[in-house]
Design a protein around this ligand. Structure first.
Ligand SMILES: C[C@@H](N)C(=O)N[C@H](C)C(=O)O
Ligand SMILES: [Zn+2]
Length: 235
């Protein structure tokens, strides 16, 4: 359980709808589809209906500062089966990167690697009260692209299992490049926040609105506030 799982969910029943991809930039091919992740009837480029307006609003804020920049969609709706697939895939990747073989792992090493995986991935829970954020259709992983549709450098790739994924990782680094990475992350954060999203405190790219994590973060910011989530898992 994460602290945000304490937030009650009162499902509002809003439909999942396709993101109008022609308005945004898109990571293509989709990073998890290309790995063979088991998507069902919806593609990853779906979100709850009202979040589409919020995403457009975020891009409008961005384009007031950089008229030809776009928000790039990396991932949005993610069925629990895909969450499970990606958690297993990331565990296997982590073993490979460390030159380890699963059958030879000590239990403490195994636990250490699972902890690293769950630093950035939500548990693929099928419980109604603890849905993975993306399975609600109210979370989106995004970055920015510039005038030339080049991905803006945020200092680390999306989904990296390292401290560099922390939003403020470069905040206190005085090197010029680090300051630029931080400024880009801040810009993404600012435009998304202005449009109503909240950012995952552990990941510079993950934003949500109306799910448990977003409400929990808003409740932390506003004393006395007890928002409840309006989006639960989409079945
Ligand atoms: C790992 C990243 N793509 C992500 O979405 N993380 C959050 C916490 C999640 O799994 O919901
Ligand atoms: Zn995410």
């Amino acid at each position: 359980m994460r602290p945000y799982h304490q937030i009650p969910i009162i499902e509002c029943g809003e439909p999942l709808v396709e993101i109008p991809l022609e308005l945004f930039a898109v990571e293509s091919p989709h990073p998890y589809e290309k790995l063979g992740a088991p998507y069902g009837e919806h593609s990853p480029y779906f979100l709850r209906k009202s979040l589409i307006s919020n995403l457009k609003e975020a891009q409008n804020h961005l384009q007031r500062i950089h008229p030809n920049w776009h928000i790039q969609i990396f991932d949005a709706y993610r069925p629990v089966a895909v969450q499970q697939f990606m958690v297993d895939y990331s565990f296997a990747q982590a073993l490979q990167e460390r030159g380890l073989i699963e059958a030879q792992l000590s239990s403490s090493k195994r636990q250490e690697i699972w902890e690293a995986v769950y630093e950035i991935w939500a548990v693929p829970s099928k419980e109604e009260k603890t849905p993975p954020p993306h399975s609600t259709g109210a979370a989106v992983d995004v970055t920015l692209v510039d005038d030339n549709r080049q991905v803006v450098d945020m200092g680390s790739p999306i989904d990296e299992m390292s401290e560099r994924s922390l939003p403020d990782y470069f905040a206190n680094n005085s090197e010029l490049e680090a300051q630029q990475y931080h400024a880009h992350r801040q810009l993404l954060h600012d435009v998304m926040l202005k449009a109503g999203f909240q950012r995952n405190p552990r990941e510079w790219w993950h934003f949500s609105l109306g799910d448990q994590m977003c409400c929990w973060l808003n409740n932390q910011l506003i004393p006395g506030s007890s928002l409840t989530a309006r989006y639960g898992r989409v079945v």
